[in-house]
Write a protein that binds this ligand. Structure first.
Ligand code: PFF
Length: 457
């Protein structure tokens, strides 16, 4: 805790041991179910092509500048997102009410974690399914049955999800340096390696040409209003921005790290992993006559089919689901950290009781998602099941709203010297591009998509 923030501030929760640790932690937050489970399935639901292109545009003009904004705000404030927004709001504009943005993020984190932990529970269950050789020689029918049997059984799903949530709370309780850093170091390279093995399989055995066409052929007439909103929402979700997770991590960042370079590296890695995952999934989908539009089960059905036919498939499947669970774990930790840091600072609690309270509240909300795939699957309103509604509300509305507020704060409310002080004291070209984007392009893009989403334009 020797490094200090603006005005000599230090974080109560410690600090990353160095630049690499921070990059790993943010990458750990960004890379998760969003890349491997969610991206392929929502691209599939929205017809690929145009959706993927809009998503990539959103990553560059919305996600990346907001990630830089969040980290710089976090490092300057060195507190939990609520306190940081209040402090900087006061300093920059005499308006502590900016804390509302931090509070909104804390709430969004609960909502996201409530379904995230359920899907992560499926991944964990699949580690054991794979290890028990359940996918050897599997057919389309058997993999679909395996998935449905898990998702439609609330007790099984609930058990795995409870284990996952407890594991997340455990790392949170142990603290930033000891917990989060360690969890990421080995996992990330191993995950990429396995995905590349799968990509090789898909290229040889799958219908690669059709997969490529599905993902990159720009069929803009097929992009619906909802698809547009989902592409924007997913850019936020996959980069973990818009709710203060990256801001909370920024609070533990040493001063000498370049926020801009770090953000570009994380965003590039995250996007590459998502594209590779989709390039693994779709060729398998098309080669086996699966439906690209089948929703949240897509990865849990398509990958086991491939594993079942591959030499060494059992080992590869087990490892992949294990790594996916780990990737989800490091993301879930970052979903829980802002709220935990806030409770600790506000109520002067220890990390362990704070983590237990967080996990308890999340667990209760999670029941809605657990039941959405079983007992309550027939209860639909607005967007569909409870899960569909929670997913849409958090990703397509709350994250963009939070991100908009954050980028307006960084671009318009914070003084130029304050932001350049964190990003680049010499205010070079890269800084000027960031500032222009953050002030004009990013807010305009978010507002345009939201207005189009509700049908105003
Ligand atoms: N970025 C994570 C993923 O792609 O799986 C999910 C996530 C983590 C979203 C943290 C938001 C967040 F604050």
């Amino acid at each position: 805790m020797t490094e200090t923030g603006a005005g000599g501030r230090t974080s109560l929760h410690g600090q990353w041991s160095g630049r690499l640790a921070f990059i790993l932690a943010v990458t750990g937050s960004a890379v998760g179910l969003g890349n491997i489970w969610r991206f392929p399935y929502i691209a599939g639901e929205n017809g690929g092509g145009a959706f993927v292109i809009v998503y990539l545009v959103c990553i560059v003009i919305v996600g990346l500048p907001i990630m830089m904004a969040e980290v710089l705000i976090g490092r300057r404030g060195r507190r939990n997102p609520v306190a940081t927004m209040r402090l900087l709001g006061d300093e920059e504009a005499g308006a502590g009410n900016w804390k509302v943005v931090g509070a909104l993020g804390v709430g969004t984190g609960f909502l996201i974690l409530s379904f995230y932990s359920v899907i992560a529970g499926w991944a964990l269950a699949y580690v054991f399914e794979s290890a028990s050789n359940a996918f050897a020689g599997a057919t389309r029918e058997t993999v679909e049955q395996t998935f449905n049997a898990l998702a439609s059984n609330p007790l099984r799903t609930g058990l795995w999800h409870t284990i996952f949530l407890a594991a997340t709370a455990f790392v949170i309780a142990r603290g930033v340096e000891r917990g989060i850093e360690r969890a990421v170091r080995l996992m990330m390279p191993a995950l990429v390696l396995l995905l590349l093995v799968l990509l090789g399989y898909s290229a040889v055995e799958g219908n690669f040409a059709q997969g490529l066409r599905f993902m990159f052929e720009p069929r803009f007439d097929e992009l619906t209003r909802d698809g547009l909103m989902e592409a924007l929402g997913h850019a936020f979700f996959t980069l973990s921005v818009g709710m203060g997770a990256v801001m909370a991590y920024g609070a533990y960042l040493p001063r000498d790290t370049s926020i801009m370079k770090m953000s570009v590296a994380v965003v590039a890695a995250d996007t590459a992993i998502a594209l590779i995952a989709a390039l693994v999934v779709f060729p398998i989908v098309f080669a086996n006559g699966l439906d690209p539009d089948q929703g949240p089960g897509l990865v849990f059905v398509s990958l086991p089919l491939a594993f079942g036919q591959m030499p060494g498939g059992t080992v590869i499947a087990t490892l992949l689901f294990l790594l996916l669970t780990f990737a989800a774990w490091t993301s879930a930790i970052s979903l829980m950290e802002p709220a935990t840091a806030w409770i600790i600072e506000k109520f002067r609690l220890g990390r362990a009781p704070a983590a237990i309270i967080m996990a308890g509240i999340t667990w209760l909300i999670s029941l809605l998602t657990v039941l959405s795939f079983s007992t309550l699957s027939g209860v639909t309103f607005l967007r569909g099941t409870f899960f569909d509604n929670i997913d849409f509300l958090s990703n397509s509305i709350l994250l963009p709203a939070g991100g908009l507020a954050i980028v307006i704060f960084a671009g318009w409310i914070m003084a130029r010297e304050s932001t350049s002080g964190e990003l680049d004291p010499d205010a070079g070209t890269a800084y000027r591009i960031w500032r222009f984007t953050a002030r004009y392009l990013t807010p305009l893009a978010i507002v345009a998509v939201l207005l189009r989403g509700v049908g105003v334009i």
